[in-house]
Design a protein around this ligand. Structure first.
Ligand code: ANZ
Ligand code: ZN
Length: 803
């Protein structure tokens, strides 16, 4: 056989797949469908990295396997192409973001094609294409019309470098994650989407889907549901109440002081009564300069100021207690005020110790002189009037009933998740299709005028005022009101990068439709996505945002199922050779092209699937890639070892059937590394025999095909097997032949394992004994003794008792 020339072979099959549109989904098919989705890439200037390769190859293996199993498969790809990096790069280089985006997409496309992915390229989408974002705008308008999009003036985190509003997750220690510039507070009009209204549905929907447990947990934590109570504390001498949110109403008798957030309105309301306003304003100014992260996570050393001149009253003990402002209480959560229970809350305990405040034990079980006792599963209420003797769970219920009866509070649910800030003051995003009219207020752009296209302009640099570059283009923003016909102005903010990816999976299967984002019929056939795979970094926001949009579209009757993704998995990171996260600055980024050039795409694919436990991080190793290439070289040489007619040993037959089972099962469980290891083992067994039959070669090739489609297709063709490998069936195994004829069994003497024997599965006791007593160790441990008992459980264990 000739040499394994990966370059020639891979180019040949890639052309074959492209020319034949092999992986095009079938229209109007009677077949069962399989919709496999991978997170579409952001086409950045650095090109594809091996992390993409891990994510895509894994689901590609499933997609190719499903095709062999007879499914109508949709495995699409597209571009999540709006966003800051492209825009910043465009500004630096003086080129238009459109041009830069097109160029990057070209590079990505070429790279993906060189890896030989079975994408249906006919279904490609690009979020920056007006034909696509017409529907992003359309969905936004439906949200607006249903009262789920609103505009509010609030303080935002503004990055002085990027000139954009940042989410809390986008900066640390007052510096922007992306550019390192200072982040300041700025008052702005912000668009919000009311995702909080969907919090409960987003939680309950998790019962109907199959997500990895850790992904489900991330979703739940992000939503952050807390069940508790709101309790009203009155302010002594005033008819004002200070309302708090607590998850532990049972500890009410232990509330010895209160804390409000520095931004709490109570301070303005009672500024006449407060006698130390100067100190308080001082503290407020300090707090403004800290990020939420610093306030919550880093504030080991508690700070705060007592508000002089006012006192609160504990509603059950009727004692007067002091009120503090402190930055560990956030205005954005609950009511922005807490009842502090230092005996049973760590933060309150730290604060009480620092400020010399009383600490009362109301749950027995710990030592509150040493630390707060926070356990809620054990412990009995004490020092708590009508709650004494109750367990925490019952005390919570009893307190809430009491509060509701006495009109002092009520049962409440809180969610940590905030509404979704939905605008950016940048150029490279979808224009928000709203018109501001002095007379009519905010008016939606008429749907028949969509898409509202981004104007092609020369200058799209952000402005220092934090206004969108679109506000520099009067020709664009000056318009007439669709309602009254008077002068009006367009919204000049654009949508955030999350917008286009919140519904993209609904577009692929009908990507050329101009009448709807997708036809009802196609939605019915293709939704939900059967399997969605991507990174752990996208299992909070992207997953929630897209589930929110989809649930909303379901509620207004636009999609046939509530949950968009039936199953969601995630891969671990690929680390650099050095075991660190790959990054340009560390210079440890592996470019997939280098591996493809040297060893071929099949080697890259095999290695990335073999690299380790799929869900865990794995360091890249050039040697590992070489090892996979050697494996493929040996696979290629199988063609020289064919010896039909002679059959092969029964042992090998069993290995083949076991391998079919193992590879199939492992692929389904994303245990790609062990699937490939099983193929390597089979290959070794074949090499030991020194020959292979065409049948076994055919099976071997079929099993390897999803991972290494080029080399296997070529061998298939060389051998003249029927049709092409793309149309072959996934191999079946004979279950009986996967069961071992021989078993390994431990032999115990007086309860201790003294040896193992390999015997026929159906061997009787005498046979087992004969083989066992051929072993030196067994002889040694029985020498000179009498056997008093023999317990033989076929297939399991042989136990001998001697005296
Ligand atoms: C009294 C108490 C006693 C509390 C106790 C806890 C333990 P999660 O589970 O995260 O919802 N809290 C409420 N609003 C807050 C705010 N805006 N900023 C900071 N902390 C706030 O936590 C709810 C608990 O966090 C509430 O229950 C409150 O403290 C505090 F033994 O009230 B607790
Ligand atoms: Zn008007």
């Amino acid at each position: 056989m000739s040499l394994y020339e990966h370059k020639k072979i891979e180019e040949k099959w890639q052309k074959h797949w492209e020319d034949n549109e092999t992986f095009r989904m079938e229209e109007n098919s009677d077949k069962e469908k399989f919709y496999g989705l991978v997170e579409f890439p952001y086409p950045s200037g650095v090109g594809l990295h091996v992390g993409h390769v891990r994510a895509y190859t894994s689901l590609e293996v499933i997609a190719r396997k499903r095709r062999m199993e007879g499914f109508n498969v949709l495995f699409p790809i597209g571009w999540d192409a709006f966003g800051l990096p492209t825009e910043n790069y465009a500004i630096q280089t003086g080129r238009h973001p459109r041009e830069v985006t097109d160029e990057n997409i070209k590079v990505f496309t070429q790279q993906l094609k060189r890896i030989g992915y079975a994408f249906d390229w006919d279904k490609e989408i690009d979020t920056t294409d007006p034909k696509y974002y017409k529907w992003t705008q359309w969905i936004f308008l439906q949200l607006f019309k249903h009262g789920l999009a609103f505009r509010d003036r609030t303080y935002v985190n503004f990055c002085n470098g990027c000139k954009v509003v940042l989410a809390n997750e986008d900066f640390r220690d007052g510096r922007c994650d992306r550019c390192g510039s200072e982040v300041v507070q700025m008052e702005k009009d912000v668009w919000f989407l009311k995702i909080r209204e969907y919090a409960e549905q987003l939680l309950s929907g998790l019962d109907d889907v199959d997500y990895l447990p850790r992904i489900r947990l991330e979703q739940e934590n992000w939503i952050g549901k807390s069940v508790g109570a709101e309790v009203d504390f009155s302010i002594a001498g005033y008819d004002k109440a200070l309302s708090v949110f607590t998850t532990r109403p049972d500890t009410l008798f232990g509330a010895t002081f209160m804390v409000i957030a520095p931004e709490h309105p109570l301070i303005q309301d009672l500024k006449e009564e407060i006698t130390n306003m100067e100190a308080i304003v001082d503290y407020q100014d300090q707090a403004k300069r800290k990020t939420e992260f610093e306030r919550v996570q880093l504030a080991k050393d508690k700070t705060g100021v007592r508000i002089e001149g006012i006192q609160a009253i504990n509603p059950v003990t009727h004692t007067e207690i002091p009120i503090f402002i402190a930055d560990y209480v956030m205005m954005g959560y609950g009511t922005g005020a807490i009842m502090a229970v230092p005996g049973h809350d760590n933060r309150d305990w730290d604060f009480a110790v620092k400020f010399g405040l009383p600490i009362i034990e109301v749950i027995e079980g710990g030592d509150i002189t040493v630390s707060a006792y926070t356990d809620t599963n054990t412990g009995i209420l004490v020092n708590s009037g009508f709650l004494n003797g109750l367990e925490v769970k019952d005390a919570i219920a009893t307190t809430i009933t009491y509060l509701e009866k006495e009109n002092l509070g009520k049962r409440t649910i809180n969610y940590k998740m905030k509404d979704w800030a939905f605008n950016r003051q940048r150029y490279w995003g979808e224009p928000i299709p709203i018109i501001h009219c002095e007379k009519c207020g905010m008016v939606p752009v008429p749907e028949e005028e969509l898409p509202l296209e981004l104007p092609r302009v020369e200058s799209y640099e952000p402005t220092d005022t934090g206004k969108s570059p679109l506000s520099n283009i009067p020709e664009w923003y000056q318009t007439t009101c669709p309602v009254c016909g008077g002068y009006a102005e367009r919204e000049t903010d654009t949508m955030p990068q999350w917008a286009g990816s919140s519904w993209y999976f609904l577009r692929y299967f009908d990507n050329k439709n101009n009448e709807a984002f997708a036809s009802e019929e196609k939605l019915k056939y293709w939704m939900p996505v059967d399997w969605y795979n991507g990174g752990m970094e996208h299992v909070t926001r992207h997953l929630l945002y897209s589930r929110f949009w989809h649930q909303f579209l379901f509620d207004i009757g636009c999609v046939p199922v509530r949950e968009p993704y039936a199953k969601r998995t995630a891969q671990g990171l690929i680390l650099g050779n050095d075991g660190e996260k790959m990054s340009k600055s560390k210079g440890n980024v592996v470019n997939p092209n280098v591996i493809i050039d040297a060893f071929g795409a099949d080697t890259l694919r095999a290695y990335i699937m073999f690299i380790g436990d799929y869900e865990k991080a794995a360091p890249w190793s050039d040697n590992g890639a070489k090892g996979c290439r050697r494996f493929l070289d040996r696979v290629w040489k199988l063609q020289d070892m064919i010896a039909d007619g002679k059959g092969y040993g029964k042992a090998l037959e069993s290995v083949v059937h076991k391998t079919i089972k193992k590879v199939g099962d492992d692929f389904e469980e994303m245990k790609y590394n062990t699937a490939i290891a099983a193929l390597m083992t089979l290959l070794n067994d074949i090499y030991k025999e020194g020959r292979i039959t065409s049948d076994v070669l055919k099976t071997f090739i079929e099993l390897l095909y999803p991972v290494c489609p080029h080399i296997t297709s070529e061998i298939w063709e060389n051998q003249g097997f029927e049709k092409t490998l793309d149309d072959a069936d996934w191999p079946k195994y004979d279950a009986a032949k996967t069961i071992d004829d021989v078993v390994e069994m431990a032999v115990q003497i007086n309860g201790k394992v003294r040896g193992t024997i390999t015997i026929p599965r159906d061997a009787d006791k005498e046979q087992a004994k004969t083989i066992a007593f051929e072993q030196e160790n067994i002889l040694a441990h029985t020498k000179g003794k009498t056997i008093v008992k023999e317990v033989y459980i076929p297939g399991k264990i042989f136990n001998i008792v001697v005296k």
